[in-house]
Design a protein around this ligand. Structure first.
Ligand code: ZN
Length: 223
């Protein structure tokens, strides 16, 4: 795969950008990673970058976006934070990536066995950690979830998926720039969950963006 130039980036539609991520993850899972000359890519990207995607994923050491989507230098913006939550800094970063640099897709990516998710469920407290867990708690059911619950793992995966939906809702409702780019079909905003045990990214089927921004927020919170 060639290092992305401005022209190559512009040829990629938002739909194609999603396909490129899916294909990259398939190569990763099948151990068919592209043999890139990274030093050559260093030279080719020295003056500029034209990434096609923004991945907002967890800081977990097992979920490196460039690796699990088999991408090289200059291919993706990788925004990583515990629990793949959205804050103002991340909104600004995603706005820059799409509006200024021309990325075509934003993916909010959760993962299985996420310590931020189980920490939020278990009300873990430490220093500034509540800034992360409070964002996740918005999608945790009122009824307490206990590790002794027979369906604990199922509940954790539901919260993991809902947290991705909530992240997407945050992007759409809190950033008029991203919402407009999506509505005018210049970008897609998608979600997924990475399985730590298989390496597979499951792309989530999400409701289309709505002109009624409030309804998106309600969807996320209710689900
Ligand atoms: Zn995590």
């Amino acid at each position: 795969m060639r290092t992305l130039t401005k022209d190559l980036q512009q040829e990629i539609t938002p739909e194609k950008a999603v396909e490129l991520l899916m294909e990259g993850n398939r190569r990763f899972v099948n151990n068919l990673r592209i043999n890139r000359n990274l030093l050559q890519q260093v030279n080719e990207t020295t003056q500029s970058q034209h990434p096609f995607a923004v991945i907002i994923s967890c800081m977990d050491s097992r979920t490196s976006a460039e690796l699990i989507f088999d991408q090289g230098l200059g291919d993706i913006f990788s925004i990583r934070i515990a629990g793949n939550v959205i804050n103002e800094d991340i909104l600004g970063s995603a706005e820059f990536a799409c509006k200024v640099v021309g990325a075509k897709v934003i993916m909010v990516l959760g993962h299985t066995s996420c310590g931020a998710i189980t920490g939020a469920i278990g009300n873990v407290e430490l220093g500034h950690l509540h800034f992360v867990t409070n964002k996740i708690k918005r999608c945790i059911p009122k009824k307490p979830i206990k590790t002794s619950d027979s369906n604990y793992n199922e509940l954790v995966s539901t919260v993991t998926e809902d947290n991705v939906v909530l992240g997407i809702s945050d992007l759409r409702t809190r950033s008029p720039i991203l919402a407009e780019l999506e509505l005018s079909q210049q970008i897609k905003i998608v979600g997924g969950v990475y399985d730590l045990s298989t390496g597979v990214v499951s792309f989530m089927d999400l409701p289309k963006v709505s002109l009624n921004k409030q309804s998106n927020l309600e969807y996320a919170v209710q689900n």
